[in-house]
Design a protein around this ligand. Sequence first.
Ligand code: FCB
Length: 435
Amino acid sequence: MQGFELGRDFLMGTATAALQIEGGDRNNNWYRWCELGKIKDGSHCLRANDHYNRVEEDIALMRAMHNDTYRLGLEWSRIEPAPGQWSREGLDHYRRELELLLDAGITPLVTLHHFSHPLWFEDMGGWENRRSPEIFRRYTRTVVENLGDLIRDWITINEPNVYAMGSFLTGEWPPGKKSIPAYFRVLRNMVLGHILAYREIHAVRSARNFPGPTRVGVANHIRVFDPEDNALARGAARRLDYLFHTIVVRGMAEGKLSFPLGTGGCPLGKGFYMDFFGLNYYSRDIVAFSWKNPGMLFARLKTDPELPKNDLGWDIYPEGLYRICKEYYAKYKVPIYITENGICDADDDQRPRYICDHLEQVARLRREGIPVERYYHWTLMDNFEWTEGESARFGLIHCNFETQERTLRNSARLYGEICKAKAVTPEMAAKYLGA
Ligand code: FCB
């Protein structure tokens, strides 16, 4: 690899989610899912990385990697343990964490909903309940009123499409429902919840004169769906793209509920509700047509035998990052934050290359004038990876879950050098990639 520049104004860091790292919370939907024995390796989110008690240590690790920014999630159930009841302790904990980050010179980007929420919310149907957008707005308002002086950059909801699919279509995630109508009901409510939260964040921060600018977006999970070379497969790929990406992003950005989320109208008013385009990018799928898969819109997803795979068998396809950024920038013309990008790689023999290859695409986009402004690597350290449990290792830093000892992997050292230089140099490539 020849090396490339990212630019001094490019911000870099890591991303995490509260449930996946904090440990210790019994009042959320994933706690119950773990209790029901739904985690493949039998591990439990109660343990995770014990980050709740190790905030200083983990911020020191971010500093050691020269990170400028950090994407963290708030655990809703710690803030609103019962409907309309606010926990001082929960809010104070996050205030302290945010202050520590700012003191360390690290800009926080805060996620309000990242797959987990309080049990009382789950028990009223969660995002399937018609009142869920309003309940989410109320939670958002309290967070902004109490912590909004410290947070300029917000993600309302992480990967609405992945959440709705895992929790309401395939049933692998809590509450384990398998229903196509429920999938669309949930997406519709998440779209409305996002818009209400978007408005609330701007309104409260501006009314209180909190230091700006305020930026609010969504972490969109976008995949590349490349069809096999026949008309049926092309149709299947188009339908998937529409139902998994387009209707969600359009709803969140424009307030427009396209079929089947609605009939094309904007129930909360026409507007633009996306100050940046948050992109979580991992992989691509080859789409084949299959009569056997009506539930998947007659699509069958395949991997590409030519491409390298991560530990979970996902294709590694850096060019996809480039293609998606081009496509969505052309549509929405707002700055892009790569809010997640990473690899499950326990022995860390692919991660250094993965990082360089994906950042090379970012450098290419920036050279072409596409404003990719930030990159958050998923993830800081090995954590509780939903139903995969502790076995799937996405961390730049290795975690021994028994002792909670954190050890920098080679890729963490490389990432630190890149964050410092805002470039990949030929020396780094030689040292870490052997090329
Ligand atoms: C994303 C999730 C994140 C993590 C990575 C591997 O879909 O947002 O929490 O699970 O995948």
